[in-house]
Design a protein around this ligand. Sequence first.
Ligand code: FES
Length: 100
Amino acid sequence: MSKRLPSNEDFARGKEVSIKLNGNLKVAYLGESVATVLLAEGITAMRTTIQGQARGVFCGMGVCFDCLVVVNGLPNTRACMTWVKEGMDIRTQDGLTPSK
Ligand code: FES
């Protein structure tokens, strides 16, 4: 279940788009970052380090590189700096590869 706030007359979302998140079809909205989508879906650990330690959004502004995910097959993509797009394939990351 999405953790997004409900929209109302004072708050409108962008156009609805379909994405894949760890192989599952999900709804996202244009204007959201990939990090927003992951957090809305309850995923706070976006990657694990090579040593197996969980990492997620820390700075939220592209500096710490803790939010790295695999987007459309490209590893080490900063989730907080990437805008969601129709058909995007997002995977959490284990070390340097997509999560299994
Ligand atoms: S949360 Fe720090 S780079 Fe994305």
